[in-house]
Write a protein that binds this ligand. Structure first.
Ligand code: ZN
Ligand code: ZN
Length: 102
C-alpha cells in the first residue's frame, strides 16, 4: 500500500498536465479564430473597401466612380439615388450628389 501512493500522485500529475495542455491549445485556437474573424470583418468593412477601391464582397480592385457592378462577383457598387436619380455609392450612407440619405 505504501508503494501505491507515489504512482497515484504520478498519474494524477500527468492527468493535470494533460488538462492544462488541452486548455492551452483551446485558448490558442480561440485566439486565432478571433483574430481571423476580426480580419474578416475588417476586409468587408464597406467604407474601408470604398476608400481602398476594392469590392467589399470579393476584394477585387474596382473603381467606385465608374463601375456600377464588380466585374468579378456582380456585387452592386453604385445605385440610383432616390432623391436626385444620380448614381451614388451603394455602401455609403448619403448620396454623393445631393447628400440625401440613401
Ligand atoms: Zn466583387
Ligand atoms: Zn441624390
Amino acid at each position: 500500500m505504501d508503494l501505491e501512493i507515489p504512482f497515484v500522485v504520478y498519474y494524477f500529475a500527468i492527468a493535470v498536465l494533460i488538462l492544462i495542455f488541452t486548455y492551452m491549445i483551446i485558448q490558442v485556437q480561440k485566439r486565432y479564430k478571433k483574430e481571423g474573424e476580426e480580419l474578416k470583418n475588417n476586409s468587408i468593412s464597406k467604407l474601408e473597401s470604398y476608400n481602398r477601391s476594392i469590392c467589399n464582397d470579393c476584394g477585387n480592385k474596382v473603381n467606385y466612380e465608374t463601375m456600377n457592378y464588380c466585374p468579378n462577383c456582380q456585387n452592386q457598387l453604385r445605385v440610383d439615388c432616390t432623391s436626385c436619380n444620380n448614381k451614388t455609392i451603394k455602401s455609403l450612407k448619403y448620396c454623393s450628389s445631393c447628400s440625401e440619405k440613401i
